[in-house]
Design a protein around this ligand. Sequence first.
Ligand SMILES: *Cc1c(COP(=O)(O)O)cnc(C)c1O
Length: 427
Amino acid sequence: MNQSEALFKRACKTIPGGVNSPVRAGKSVEMTPPFIADASGAVIRDVEGNAYIDYVGSWGPMILGHAHPAVTAAIQERLGKGTSYGAPTELEVIMAETIVDMVPAIEMVRMVNSGTEAAMSAIRLARGVTGRKMIVKFDGCYHGHADSLLVSAGSGLATLGIPGSPGVPDDLAKHTLSLPFNDTEGLNAAFDRYGHEIACIIVEPVPANMGVIVPDITFLQRLREITTAFGAILIFDEVISGFRVAPGGAQERCGIHPDLTCLGKIIGGGLPVGAYGGKREIMLRMAPEGDVYQAGTLSGNPLAMAAGIATLTTLRQMDPYQQLEKMGDTLFSGLKTLAEKAGIPLTVNRVGSMGSIFFAETPVSDFKTAKASDAGRFKQYYKAMRARGIYLAPSPFEAAFISTAHTEELIEKTLRAAAGAFEEMSR
Ligand SMILES: *Cc1c(COP(=O)(O)O)cnc(C)c1O
């Protein structure tokens, strides 16, 4: 037994499943997770000292790579000044101003501590504003683990094949309508039937929790039209896509403005942060200005704000999005070519610096087609890549993320590993 395996065994005695978030366990690929000692740039090292090229990036946040000097310095600069006050700081104002500046549809914003909280709070606000109960989401989209949102959800639930969760009362789940993504007819039909009871649509404008799905732009446009027509709130959950697919997220890329936006992951620079924001008149319904309640002891935490501001500021200075697009294309079109050479059917979905490969012969455009991909092949691929020093999410229903620290050389190295993996799989 190696050190990681020994630690995992020890962890399982005091932590359910040995992990603090289910997807980390690697159950679906039948491997124990490497326990991490440290990381820098695009490289992550386990307790054995094995180095991997990291495409998990902490599941999205680490767009600048690990231990980026600007982020590290910003945290260090704050450290000696106290770690939480429960009182406002200028850092929170700078953070809010930065977000409002960068994200097209956000005029006011409230900080929370996770993406889960952001989505949960945005839905409460949408229900508060509309006085309606029903919410619409899409199969395979993940919006955190709040009760109403665990219906046909992606990420760990998809990986582990869990349709919902015990502990979520039917009384609550019945207010959630989950529809197929990219299906405009299904959407229209649902609004024909329930339109005047629907408080909001919550959607990942670029879904990345059933693997990456490329949105049909007319579908996204229809979401905007139909919510406006029925007086419902449109919520873009940009916890992953925010600051990832463009400086202003998917809403900048597709030119559609939601009423509310959820953020997380990148805005924390690797510390626990989430946020939700949107139109001023809607956000002013939040307490203490308005009557919809939401609060947080550690919300707007100074260390988290420092890390987040440093991350966003660095992104604005670097403007790496063209470079990230190019790296994304090199990696994902490279994978497709290599798989073809090995005679392995592969579908590649990519938006900017995030993408997924599916072992499937036909396009993957929703949860149904994603689930139809070959999970056995994915397992082989995962194992073969890990043996070759490439660290991927242990599930076909997750994205691979490229950071600004991924050099052309590292991408080349990854493609060489993939060539070996595909060759091994085709034998
Ligand atoms: C990760 C994620 C969340 C949940 O964020 P946590 O910080 O894990 O609570 C919500 N929505 C989307 C789209 C996500 O990718």
